[in-house]
Design a protein around this ligand. Structure first.
Ligand code: ADP
Ligand code: MG
Length: 316
């Protein structure tokens, strides 16, 4: 039976930490990423792709600020839509070029995705997710006053230690989920819910974008449910999740059951904002009824699918 896989790409799939984010750099990374995705396609999987957008939306925020004297700056939900298009374009073009070379004839398309969140999500009262550039105290206070931004100190010392923080509400469901599922059923490779999707709330029976950022792994999991994926594959920059992360006795996890994953998650082995949401997304996927969740690095994707490495999480 054909298996359906949802692949969640981490930041390093598009931009390396040390890079500035030039178009050449990003296409170079995307090429490497698409080589791995091509191998997954060649193994017969039906593929749905999601991805992060942190560095891209950060750069776009700087462009909004710097260009605001000339053209009106756009809010975060619109920037989310812009980066979904930007990254989707790079992925779909590269993937099409690679498939063409291999004689694989599969349509690829990006869907700009809104993701519903609860308007009373507790995170709206207490935003913590840093976005965009670092500011000096003076700049921070100005932004607080003029734009009503929530600003937090994010580094203990230095010159630019302040950043804007926004809520990171829990995703409920992708609004375009049904459209995406029908596309996947029709044999289309879909790129969707990029950057965690555009957060929208329902107010007086209408959808409305909000200035917030949804975790891309948690949003990817909601999409995995809607498309009825068999496998949830989280590709990041580490080969395996670790127990006792950062401690002298840290230890890679090869396999965990759902119950073990929940226990380790509760015990705090996986940091919030990075590995934490990945493991939580895997837990949710298995609880929903998915077969298998895997966390590994981009370059180990195939080895991990073949069971040779990665952290594997299954019901039992
Ligand atoms: P991505 O862009 O792929 O989402 P993140 O930086 O959000 O990447 O998450 C991957 C990072 O999670 C790793 O590089 C590591 O620094 C961090 N991390 C936190 N807890 C753990 C853990 N228990 N095991 C492994 N990595 C962890
Ligand atoms: Mg992350």
């Amino acid at each position: 039976m054909v298996k359906r896989i949802l692949v969640a790409l981490g930041g390093n799939a598009i931009k390396q930490a040390h890079e500035k984010g030039t178009v050449e750099e990003q296409f170079r990374n995307v090429k490497t990423t698409c080589k791995h995705l091509l191998e997954i396609i060649k193994r017969g999987y039906e593929l749905v792709i999601t991805h992060g957008n942190g560095p891209q939306v950060g750069n776009l925020m700087i462009q909004q600020e710097e260009g605001s004297k000339l053209v009106p700056p756009q809010p975060l939900d619109v920037l989310g839509a812009m980066t979904q298009g930007q990254i989707g374009y790079m992925l779909q073009q590269t993937l099409i070029n690679y498939m063409e070379k291999e004689g694989i004839n599969k349509p690829v398309a990006t869907v700009v995705t809104q993701v519903l969140v609860n308007r009373d999500d507790p995170d709206f009262q207490d935003p913590h997710k840093p976005v965009g550039p670092f500011y000096t105290l003076e700049e921070a206070e100005n932004l607080r006053r003029v734009k009503n931004y929530f600003i937090r100190k994010v580094k203990p010392s230095g010159g630019r230690v302040y950043r804007r923080v926004v809520p990171s509400p829990d995703p409920v469901k992708p609004i375009e989920g049904e459209a995406i599922r029908r596309m996947v059923d029709a044999g289309i490779i879909v790129i969707a819910s990029g950057g965690g999707g555009i957060p929208v709330i329902e107010a007086s029976n209408a959808l409305k974008g909000v200035e917030a950022v949804i975790d891309k792994d948690l949003a990817g999991e909601r999409l995995a449910e809607v498309v009825k994926a068999d496998v949830f594959l989280v590709l990041t920059d580490v080969e395996k999740a670790l127990l006792n992360y950062g401690k002298p006795d840290e230890k890679p996890i090869d396999k965990m059951t759902l119950e073990e994953a929940k226990k380790y998650y509760r015990e705090g082995h996986f940091l919030p904002g990075s590995m934490g949401p990945k493991v939580l997304a895997c837990i949710r996927f298995l609880e929903w009824g998915g077969d298998k969740a895997i966390i590994t690095s981009l370059d180990k994707a195939i080895d991990a699918l073949e069971g040779k490495t990665g952290t594997h999480i299954a019901k039992r």
